[in-house]
Design a protein around this ligand. Structure first.
Ligand code: 5AD
Ligand code: SF4
Length: 461
């Protein structure tokens, strides 16, 4: 028997990257790779990069500096370590990485992960391998059929890509350039994936895509199905207890999605709906294609369909030319909507995007001050939302043993972690939990015997 080779993946950024990392693990499992927690003893290290956040490429180069040292040490010990850069930085700056970082053996863009085994071979034969381009029509041809063992190891919650790319062209964002035009997978393929996952014990499915509610995949009837219709069909699959989707654009919320929230108990009442800013002038400069009022109306439609629905959002502070009054409009919108959670970022120019050409920058000091104020407000809303759970009974889908012995951790409908003392038999079940207290962001409670819960669900067959 050959000894397995060790693979270490360091992922940055979005949910899509977390899912892609799992896809790379699956692809390389076929080549005899097993995952290792440390880069130092790995035979292959993959940096799964993200281009969205600030100083993304600098972070990659400094991480590559550290890896070069580890690679040299491995070589001294008579071991070969290969280094790959994957993800959106690889896609955007592939050639430059090859020139600037001789330690890198492989560069692979998000559309080419199924080529990893061949790239590895090529790197062994020729020294290095670069692959960042791949025809769009092949984008989904490669999705490896998940192996049952790999799925089981992944637990009871899984991501399924339904859509990739984005046609919205927000002026600050690189996604339309790095991930390309919007493409939706056919309904039948998604049903197959979800059925296989459910057969293997997965209870919660999150449909993902950069602009997931722009989904328009071909249905079995030959027509384009909207996301709401897809969710309705997936909810019928035995074993699927919870459905989620991320990330949505306010402009693409249609009646089918609202109806899905009204009609499907499996569809969790927690929606990530980024707004970015509360100022109409800034929203227009961002090319968001909606006003603050349009966004409020979308929120109202969701709330009318499902009264226990909660929201999270993304915000950018310090977009070029953002005045104090315009920033205050963002604070006002946050106060008015009331979020369960949110992410906020300081604007950072991404080369090649229209906003990167805009001259009126906001000073670093002012950005810090605005970010601090916004995060303070978001934190207070999140704490209030979590505190409101104390004393109530909520449904929790149990996922795994927690770090504290005897404790099992799961998630509420709103993705809050919830801990109880219980037997591991409860993993994979949705059970009512009486919440007693809050520890930082975690709810602590006890299994309840009866279930007057806010979100009622069945566990599925
Ligand atoms: N600067 C700051 N934040 C950004 N985001 C995307 N691009 C930028 C940028 N250039 C944020 C947006 C988006 C989230 C994923 O990242 O808020 O919704
Ligand atoms: Fe980027 Fe805007 Fe598309 Fe979201 S909707 S991925 S922010 S271009």
């Amino acid at each position: 028997m050959t000894t397995p080779r060790k693979l270490h993946i360091k992922s940055y950024g979005c949910q899509m990257n977390v899912y892609d990392a799992q896809r790379m693990v699956d692809t390389l499992a076929g080549e005899g790779f097993v995952e290792t927690a440390s880069a130092d003893d790995a035979d292959l290290v993959i940096l799964n990069t993200c281009h969205i956040r600030e100083k993304a490429s600098e972070k990659v180069y400094s991480e590559l500096g550290r890896l070069r040292v580890a690679k040299e040490e491995a070589a001294r010990a008579g071991r070969e370590m290969k280094i790959a850069v994957a993800g959106c930085v690889a896609q955007a700056e592939g050639e430059e990485i090859i020139h600037r970082a001789p330690t890198v053996d492989i560069v692979v863009g998000p559309q080419s992960y199924h080529h990893l085994p061949q790239l590895l071979q090529r790197a062994r034969a020729n020294g290095r391998a670069l692959e960042t381009e791949f025809p769009v029509e092949d984008k989904f041809g490669f999705l490896p059929q998940p192996k049952p063992d790999a799925i089981r190891a992944r637990g009871i919650s899984a991501f399924v890509t339904v859509q990739e790319g984005c046609d919205k062209f927000c002026t600050f964002c690189v996604v339309p350039y790095t991930r390309g035009a919007e493409v939706s997978r056919p309904v039948a393929k998604i049903i197959d994936d979800v059925m296989q996952l459910a057969d293997n014990g997965v209870r919660e499915i999150t449909l993902i895509g950069q602009n997931v509610n722009a989904y328009h995949g071909e249905g079995p009837d030959g027509r384009a199905w909207p996301l709401g219709k897809l969710l309705q069909r997936l909810a019928e699959i035995p074993g699927v207890a919870r459905l989620r989707y991320s990330t949505s654009h306010p402009r693409d919320v249609d009646d089918s999605l609202i109806a899905a929230h009204r009609d499907l108990p499996e569809l969790m009442p927690f929606v990530h709906l980024p707004v970015q800013s509360g100022s109409d002038r800034i929203l227009a400069a961002m090319n968001r294609k909606h006003t603050a009022d349009d966004y409020r109306r979308v929120i109202d439609r969701f709330r009318a369909a499902r009264q226990d629905i909660a929201f999270s959002s993304d915000f950018i502070v310090g977009f070029p030319g953002e005045t104090r009054e315009e920033f205050s409009a963002t604070l006002a919108l946050v106060t008015q909507i009331g979020y369960a959670a949110s992410y906020s970022f300081k604007y950072s120019p991404r080369p090649g995007t229209p906003a990167a050409e805009m001259r009126e920058t906001v000073s670093a000091l002012e950005m810090d001050e605005r970010l601090g104020r916004l995060q303070g407000l978001i934190d207070s809303q999140q704490s209030a939302f979590n505190r409101a759970a104390i004393g109530t009974t909520v449904d929790v889908l149990f996922e795994r043993a927690a770090r504290n012995p005897g404790q099992i951790v799961g998630r509420t409908a709103y993705l809050q972690p919830a801990h109880v003392m219980a037997s591991p038999d409860i993993i994979g079940k949705i059970l009512p939990v009486r919440i007693d207290s809050l520890e930082r962001y975690s709810l602590i409670g006890e299994l309840a015997t009866s279930a007057p819960s806010l979100v009622s669900q069945t566990i599925g067959a």
